[in-house]
Design a protein around this ligand. Structure first.
Ligand code: CU
Ligand code: ZN
Length: 218
């Protein structure tokens, strides 16, 4: 019985440390708390009562939340009155984040494509996703520009069948840290992003939207 209580206390402590590590405290403090949690998990494992390893193969879902994100995904659904759909993946590489989008049911031609500040896609017209994600406080620009919003992915180009594919490596997008795109929105626009009009690129209405979530890296 005493053992069981001790185990419960350890479990609670571990949970509190983990929850604390999720709050927006300094990176250093957060790192220390993660390390403290790391020790907790090992104690549990040594205790033989918990099948949890921080760096082993048999890792439950909660481990994925504590390790660094290496891949993210957003599934785009059409806004009211539109038909565009698609999937965009963001994969960490040595040279930046590899962005691959496969979209369909678009009008042929260029369409602005951005990460927006909010992952709130509840509004029928997609406006609840807010403006372009701009953690560095920069002006709007093209994906290859030095001065651009973090969320500026430029345009996708739909062919005569309404299909578009975007495939490039982005040097601004981040999957981890305070500027992470996880939980933000992805918006596909009706019109072309001119890559210069502030702060929107004059890309017109929002025809599809999605929320960026953590993807299985394997
Ligand atoms: Cu946009
Ligand atoms: Zn922008």
């Amino acid at each position: 019985m005493g053992n069981r209580m001790g185990y419960m206390v350890l479990l609670l402590t571990g949970s509190i440390v983990f929850l604390s590590s999720c709050s927006t405290v300094g990176m250093h403090e957060r790192h220390e708390k993660m390390m403290a949690h790391h020790k907790e998990m090992k104690m549990h494992h040594q205790d033989g009562k918990m099948m949890m390893k921080m760096d082993g193969k048999a890792c439950p879902d909660s481990c994925a939340m504590m390790s660094k994100v290496s891949k993210a995904v957003a599934v785009l659904a059409p806004t009211a009155g539109n038909a565009a759909t698609g999937i965009v993946t963001f994969t960490k590489t040595d040279s930046g984040v590899h962005v691959v989008a496969e979209l369909k049911n678009l009008a042929p031609g260029k369409h602005g494509f951005h990460i927006h500040e909010l992952g709130d896609i509840s509004a029928p017209d997609g406006t609840s996703a807010g403006g372009h994600f701009n953690p560095a406080g920069m002006s709007h620009g093209g994906p290859m520009a030095g001065e651009r919003h973090g969320g500026d992915m430029g345009n996708v180009v739909a062919d005569d069948n309404g299909s578009a594919r975007l495939d490039y490596v982005d040097s601004h997008i981040k999957l981890n840290g305070p500027e992470s795109i996880i939980g933000r929105g992805v918006i596909l626009h009706a019109d072309e992003d001119d890559l210069k009009t502030q702060p929107t690129g004059a890309a017109g209405s929002r025809i599809a939207s999605g929320v960026i979530g953590i993807a299985n890296p394997n």
